[in-house]
Design a protein around this ligand. Structure first.
Ligand code: ADP
Ligand code: ZN
Length: 719
């Protein structure tokens, strides 16, 4: 008798365990989806392995004390994951302390996910040639010839003639066949030629090339130093050797130019995979990789799971970027998965950044990674930065744009250059307060103030996304005396327009880029110099390469420093250096203005000088002093509960258990309420991550599964 062990997701299954089913006559294999009975429901399950037993059903049931049921049907004709990926899922579950089935779901495009709500694959009907027929008229014969050598879409046949097509069907000359819709790429003419490398690039190229194939290289290259060109030329080498290449980028919308450049160089050898694609589009791209129709994949986080068979190179651009970490279970870091897969494939890994994460740079210093540095720009020098102390400016009444920034903007407009203004806060104002009674409009479900959005006159919660029509009357005192506190991008745009009525201003943030394609439209308009000033959130801080931009202004450059997170200085430094890097990329000299209240902070000071090493050493001292990563490891456990007291008690109970196991525990600390749930966090801290994980696994098995707990190994954000 053949038995299959399967993983499945169901609210009543808490433990990470498989269930056994009889295969009957089905040719079930490891890595396939099947439909099984569970309770009185039918559930989609994923086959872990199949085994043959000599026992008959009755004996097996008695020996194992289970009641065997039969698989209802097979969903796939062949396995959808190969051995490497089957193992990867288990490794990931182990690393992130999550359920194996969640990992398989995260790895596959929606259409292939082993879950009951996975979408269906789009199919089309084709006319397939069967036979000739002597009685055919000339017209009938003509139409039959159309699909003689290649199946022809039914709608194309009908477009020619519905009646003749139907006649051919009736005669049995053609038949209808259903096929999956396949991706049809545009043909890219005139592929771009490689640039000839500068001497600095040449040196870095040779260094990377001479590294052993299974090594990890940290490419620390200033913004505009030509890292992308290096990636492209290395990619070309691997492709020539018939190896596959994976290029990972942070959110695609933030790095639109990278995708364009890869496609311009390699045409339809490239698959693009990111979250802005529809489920069907993702599926088509996935299949192209699976069938080895492409050799290069450019994509975001989830592209790391593509079904490669002979991967030679993985590039992780902007390796420090927070979007590489998934913020829902399984909370994996794309960099870890990339490195793990590279080991299997004996592929080289390049981690590229102008502002490497502290942990990566620390590893490079310890020679765990090979450090390659590119410290000069291809064109010109790094932009010169100036810090403006806003506490001085406020006294002059300039609470949004400092006089320095205003002067420089005037000059940019005169010289027909372009400027970028970054403010990491969307909406009109972050706070709406009644000046009569002091009432602040807050989200009823989360612990935050609602942002006022002037465009649509709504109050929006940036945590849960709920929005409400702004009421002219204060619900607390009934007066109509709202005060708008703070500045968001909408208000900034308004202010810029007020000060510079002649300027053409574009805004890019989550609100203006909601519609599909809006993001590209705004950026291309700016690229074509149809606007002088681009205002936006961190969406405009990275990846943009516009040579005509000679001024970057960052408003509230120290805003991130106020976060209660041990990485807040690192995040500030990254944002400022990346944003500064957008200025002066062409031949004209670039300028940067950083507006801040905490102007003397080392995070701001080192960013203004674009001095990564100074920042690194100071930040490492601070981390050492506070015993934060990379000197220690953290595991975060967050309890969510409807009731505040219960939540706190659960967190406290959790803490006691771990303290008894001799682990250092920080907290519980109260987090912001989110979507009506009170949240408490405890943090485990230690030098032995394996031991900490082992304990969390043990605890996770025994814990009360009614509690809502999210586990995050190596958490990236703590507030
Ligand atoms: P990075 O990725 O390090 O920020 P880019 O790869 O975007 O830098 O390079 C900055 C600019 O320099 C781009 O416009 C790119 O086309 C150009 N560039 C890079 N390498 C060369 C080269 N060898 N010759 C000419 N232009 C180059
Ligand atoms: Zn909310």
């Amino acid at each position: 008798m053949k038995l299959a062990s399967v993983w499945m997701e169901h609210p009543s299954i808490q433990l990470n365990q498989t269930f056994t089913y009889m295969c009957g006559d089905f040719d079930v294999q490891r890595g396939m989806r099947v439909l099984v009975p569970f309770g009185n429901q039918q559930v989609v399950a994923f086959v872990d392995h199949v085994e043959e037993t000599d026992l008959d059903q009755h004996t097996y049931e008695i020996e194992n004390q289970i009641h065997l049921k039969m698989i209802i049907k097979m969903i796939d004709k062949e396995p959808i994951l190969n051995e490497e990926l089957m193992e990867l899922g288990k490794w990931m579950a182990d690393q992130t302390i999550s359920n194996v089935i969640q990992c398989y779901q995260a790895m596959l495009p929606n259409q292939l996910k082993p879950k009951s709500t996975s979408g269906s694959i789009k199919k089309e009907v084709f006319a397939h040639y069967v036979k000739e027929c002597e009685s055919l008229t000339i017209k009938q014969k003509e139409l039959l010839d159309v699909c003689k050598h290649q199946d022809c879409l039914r709608k194309d046949m009908y477009a020619k003639s519905v009646s003749i097509t139907k006649k051919l069907i009736a005669l049995g000359c053609i038949e209808w066949v259903e096929k999956e819709v396949e991706f049809v790429g545009e043909h890219v003419h005139d592929l771009e030629k490689p640039l000839s490398l500068t001497s600095h690039q040449q040196l870095a190229f040779q260094q990377i090339q001479s590294l052993p194939q299974d090594s990890i290289c940290l490419l620390h290259g200033t913004t505009g130093s030509g890292k992308t060109e290096l990636y492209l030329q290395l990619t070309q080498q691997y492709v020539q050797q018939k190896q596959q290449v994976l290029i990972l980028v942070p959110e695609i919308s933030l790095t639109p130019q990278m995708v364009k450049r890869v496609v311009r160089r390699f045409g339809n050898q490239v698959a693009i995979y990111h979250s802005n694609l529809s489920a069907q589009e993702k599926y088509e791209q996935y299949q192209r990789v699976r069938k080895q129709e492409v050799s290069i994949v450019v994509g975001t986080r989830s592209a790391v799971f593509m079904p490669f068979v002979h991967l030679g190179l993985i590039v992780l651009d902007e390796e420090h970027d927070g979007s590489y970490k998934q913020d829902s279970a399984p909370r994996y870091h794309c960099r870890d998965v990339a490195i793990h897969r590279a080991k299997y494939h004996q592929a080289k890994v390049i981690l590229g950044s102008a502002t490497p994460s502290l942990e990566s740079y620390a590893r490079a210093i310890k020679n765990v990674y090979h450090l390659v540095t590119l410290d000069s720009r291809v064109f010109g020098d790094l932009a010169k930065s100036q810090i403006v102390d806003m506490s001085q400016e406020i006294r002059r009444g300039n609470d949004i744009l400092s006089s320095v920034l205003q002067q420089k903007l005037t000059r940019v407009l005169q010289q027909k250059k372009q400027a970028i203004l970054l403010l990491n806060r969307r909406g009109y104002t972050p706070i709406l307060r009644c000046s009569n009674c002091g009432h602040v409009m807050k989200c009823p479900h989360c612990d935050v103030a609602l942002s006022y959005h002037k465009d649509d006159h709504r109050l929006k919660c940036h945590i849960c996304g709920e929005s409400y029509l702004a009421d002219p009357v204060c619900p607390s005192c009934g007066q109509k005396q709202w005060r708008f506190l703070g500045v968001g991008t909408q208000r900034l745009q308004e202010e810029v327009q007020r000060l510079f009525p002649q300027a053409r201003v574009l805004r890019l943030d989550a609100d203006t880029s909601m519609k599909k394609g809006a993001h590209e439209r705004i950026l291309s308009a700016f690229e074509r110099q149809e606007a002088d000033i681009l205002v936006g959130t961190q969406m405009i801080s990275k990846g943009l390469d516009y040579p005509n931009v000679t001024l970057v202004g960052v408003l509230q450059a120290d805003a991130l420093l106020n976060r209660s997170d041990y990485r807040c200085v690192e995040m500030t430094f990254d944002l400022l250096v990346q944003a500064s890097g957008r200025s002066g990329r062409g031949n004209a000299e670039g300028e940067v203005v950083l507006q801040a209240y905490d102007a003397n902070h080392y995070g701001i000071q080192t960013a203004a000088k674009q001095d990564y090493l100074s920042f690194f050493h100071q930040e490492m001292q601070y981390r050492h002093f506070g015993q934060y990563p990379p000197y220690t490891y953290l595991i975060s456990l967050v309890v969510s509960a409807k009731d505040k007291v219960k939540g706190y008690q659960q967190a406290q109970e959790m803490k006691e258990w771990f303290v008894q196991q001799q682990v250092q525990v920080l907290g519980p600390s109260e987090l912001l309420k989110r979507q009506d749930l009170e949240r408490y966090r405890i943090l485990l801290r230690g030098k032995d991550l394996e031991k900490m994980k082992q304990l969390v696994r043990l605890w996770n098995q025994k814990r009360n599964h009614k509690w809502i707990v999210s586990i995050d190994v190596n958490p990236l954000y703590l507030d």
